[in-house]
Structure formats: C-alpha cells, structure tokens
Write a protein that binds this ligand. Sequence first.
Ligand code: GLP
Length: 243
Amino acid sequence: MNIHIFDSQEKLNQAGAGIIIGTVQTKQRAILGLATGSTPTGIYEEVVREYNRGLVSFRKTTTFNLDEYVGLPVGHPESYLVYMQQHLFNFIDIPAEQIHIPDGSLEDTLAECKRYDELLADAGQIDLQLLGIGHNGHIGFNEPDHALLRETHAVTLREETRQANAIYFDSMDEVPAQAITMGMGAILKAKTILLVVRGAEKAEIIHKALTGPITTAIPASLLQTHPSLVVLMDSEAGRLFQT
Ligand code: GLP
C-alpha cells in the first residue's frame, strides 16, 4: 500500500487528477471506476482543468460509477448521475454510451443490479477505481455488516449514512433509504485502487481501516488485501499516520 499525505488540498487534487489522467493516457481503452460525495470534487475539477489544457482525451474511456440512490427520479439534482454530469461528464469528451451508473429510478432493482454486473463482467476489469470512505468505513455503499456481498446489490442505508448525506437534501425525510452499489467483488478486482480521504472526522476510521484487523464491520479494511492500493490523504485525515 502506498500512502501519501498532503499539506494542501490543491496538491492532493493534483496528485489524484494526475493518477486518473495518467491511466487514461497510458491505457488505450481505460476503464475508470468513479465515486461521488464531497471527497472527489476537487480532483474532478483538476481533471477538467487538465482536459481544457488539451492534455487528455476521454473518447476511448469507459466509466462505471460505484453507486446510485434508489427512488430518486432521473434528473433529480442529488442523484449521482447529475452529480457526475455537473462535476465531470459535461466538461469532457467522453461519449455518453461509455458512461455507466446504476439506474435507481427503476421498479425492478434486482434486474438493474444484474444488468450492471453483466456490463462490469463484459468490461473485464476496472483499471483504476476511485474511492472515498464513509464515516463508518463504507466504500461505495457497501455498509458495515456480518458479511459483504460480491455482486452489485440494493442496500438499505444505515442511519449514520443517511445523516451524513442529509446535508444535500432539504430534510432528513427526503434522503433515500436505499441505494444500489457495486459489490466488493468488482471493487477489489480493480487493477489499482485510488482511495482519497479528507478531513479530521475521517482520521480515526481511515487509520482503523488501514492498520486494524480486516473485518466486514469496516468494509474499507478489505482494501488492505489489495495488491495495488494508493491512498491520498490530507494532513487532517492522515493525522494518526504521522507519528
Ligand atoms: C457516500 C458515497 C461514497 C462516498 C462516501 C463518503 O455516501 N456512497 O461513495 O465515498 O459516502 O462521502 P464524502 O466524500 O461526501 O465524505
């Protein structure tokens, strides 16, 4: 595992964007696994900046997002599809048909999970999987549990996860109760995983996840088993690593 701690958000964003762009530049048909949340926004901004400088093209890139809320109508401002459009896809030259995000607006969630896994299986292996970490150690929406699932699945969000995401909605009642998430299988199968962590409130969980026991109670701890894990942290999140 390769841990980097940055003393500024700018340097962290540049490092993260550099890894994404490097993957797209070196791999003919790169497959990126992408994440949402507050953590990757600065990295996407930096990717767009570099794209505008003409340094990279996404015409041959395919993307798979980690997750999507269940029950939000298509085009809902807090859906992860809209998030991705507003932070990345609207500003780069990726063809729409090469973008994949689970569709949480469909009646048949089970069929949608199956469809997503078939797309992932056809793609083979994600070259670079970008990840954030939830306050409870979740990755994607793989919540702490007695067992973790390999496949894409629907998940009932834990109360602390709904609360963490409530800032994006007008009231707690509007925060979806369920989501579709890529399972641990596709995440751990990625060639390289790029885990990004920011802020003092993540310091303890990231330290536990990367140095404590590997346990399904902290899904991110399974990343310790990955042969190519790059972790980018700001100094607040990385506080417990700097002893
Ligand atoms: C969200 C997402 C995750 C994300 C995590 C942390 O709910 N499902 O993919 O990594 O929780 O979010 P944030 O970056 O906003 O702290």
